[in-house]
Write a protein that binds this ligand. Structure first.
Ligand code: ARG
Length: 457
């Protein structure tokens, strides 16, 4: 098979070289974007009188035929034609003859591949934003029914203070909200057009870059042709944002795994989202959140891979840059899979409010509230902290919780204790009392649910 660039060569390419340098195995994912970019380019060539309108028509008809074939899976791409760009150009020439060779006028694969990736990432980023919103909706839905469901809140994974379950879920809502904002913001930079930068220096043809930029829905052409073909920041940024997003998914997954364990029993994932063991008949394993947690590694890896790839690369295009694609594709597909599962898994999860409440009753997480009680009665907080530390120690030694101690016992530690201490210590009251802005007090959480819904609509 002859090469599009064969003129300068006297020998056929070594087969191993052909295999090694080819990217068609993965960049065929860009086939439709490549055709889309070519359509815009050829229209522009026609309207700038670089080729004739008749030629434009022939090329566009040919591209449309190829597009149909790509969509119906009829085309076979070949390693001999190296990448998606030369595969499509060859298919075009097969389809319409020599006139197909005019498509590449005033263009290089360098601006072409960059254009394809900008188009791909724009579309995929928008799709990911929608999937992320579905996860946020699942969180809000669960939160709405669990404002008054109380569970232990932890620091250092030690019981700290009880919180509303809705409050805990909404913490993830806001993390995802920031991820969404970062994705949206990144679109500003994804949406520049490299097309017309040609190999690196621009072209002598009287092309119209604004025209192709507009036709492809970009905000503007890159102002510098060298930057246009060398820039991979937009992918770095996507991988960075994705790394943060998968971190949040992983933290949530970790909690679902913990909460679903025999030790916690705060939630139960739906059977449809769990798997069994080939040997232990009793097992119901949280494979999905475990995999979501585990997927973090590959996305961080792709970010590190691309950072390392770009470090020290001189301008402009270098073949190293062909390695920018697989990590980007894999990150997109990993996130699509993760978000699509997370939403229904959250919606279908059973929340065991009674178990959560029982856990709260059997701890000392209302200790801060007794300290606050003494503080309100005039004792400096630091002294109150010391007194209650002793009360807790006494209770532990006597195998009791703070609500079990008698008033006489309390008064051994401070004369400021009165009968109203017990109502302050009840879990519901402990949560309700934290009504400071953004706190877990029920009023605050109700407001937060409403705010979250506003952000979604
Ligand atoms: N397959 C190449 C890539 O993905 C396309 C650009 C090739 N450009 C070149 N000058 N060899 O990077």
């Amino acid at each position: 098979m002859s090469k599009l660039w064969g003129g300068r060569f006297t020998k056929p390419t070594n087969k191993l070289v052909e295999e090694y340098t080819s990217s068609i195995g993965f960049d065929q994912k860009l086939a439709l974007q490549d055709i889309q970019g070519s359509m815009a380019h050829v229209d522009m060539l026609g309207s700038c009188d670089i080729i004739t309108m008749e030629e434009v028509k022939q090329i566009k008809d040919g591209l449309l035929t190829i597009e149909e074939k790509v969509k119906s899976g009829e085309v076979t791409f070949s390693v001999e034609h190296e990448d998606i760009h030369m595969n499509i150009e060859n298919l075009l020439i097969d389809e319409i003859g020599g006139v197909g060779g005019k498509l590449h006028t005033g263009r290089s694969r360098n601006d072409q591949v960059a254009t394809d990736m900008h188009l791909y990432l724009r579309e995929k980023t928008k799709g990911l934003i929608e999937l992320l919103e579905a996860v946020q909706s699942s969180l809000v839905e669960q939160a709405e029914t669990h404002v008054e469901t109380i569970l232990p809140g932890y620091t250092h994974l030690q019981r700290a203070q009880p919180v509303s379950f809705a409050h805990h879920l909404l913490a993830y809502f806001w993390m995802f909200e920031r991820d969404k904002e970062r994705l949206q913001d990144s679109l500003k930079r994804v949406n520049w057009s490299p097309l017309g930068a040609a190999a690196l220096a621009g072209t002598p043809y009287p092309i119209d870059r604004q025209m192709t930029s507009d036709a492809l829905g970009f905000d503007q052409p890159y102002p510098n042709s060298l930057d246009a073909v060398s820039d991979r920041d937009f992918i770095l940024e996507f991988l960075s944002v994705s790394s943060i997003l998968i971190t949040h998914i992983s933290r949530l997954s970790e909690e679902l795994i913990l909460w679903g364990s025999q030790e916690f029993q705060f939630i139960e994932l739906d059977d449809a989202f769990c798997t069994g063991s080939s040997i232990m008949p009793q097992k119901k394993n949280p494979d999905v959140p475990e995999l979501l947690r585990g997927k973090t590694g590959r996305i961080y890896g792709h970010l590190m891979g691309l950072l390392t790839l770009l470090k020290g690369l001189p301008l402009a295009y270098n073949k190293d840059m062909q390695e920018d694609k697989e990590g980007m594709f894999d990150t997109v597909e990993t996130l699509e899979g993760a978000l699509s599962l997370l939403a229904p898994m959250l919606t279908s999860m059973e929340v065991k409010g009674d178990q959560m409440k029982n856990a709260v009753k059997e701890d000392y997480s209302n200790a801060t509230d007794i300290a606050d009680y003494l503080t309100v009665k005039g004792l400096p907080f630091r002294e109150a902290h010391e007194v209650i530390g002793k009360v807790v120690l006494y209770a532990i030694e006597h195998d009791k919780y703070l609500l079990d101690l008698t008033l006489e016992e309390y008064q051994e530690f401070s004369a400021l204790f009165e009968g109203d201490i017990y109502e302050k210590l009840a879990p519901h009251q402990v949560v309700a009392a934290r009504n400071s802005e953004g706190g877990t007090g029920f009023k605050q959480v109700f407001n937060q649910v409403a705010l979250a819904k506003e952000h979604l609509s």
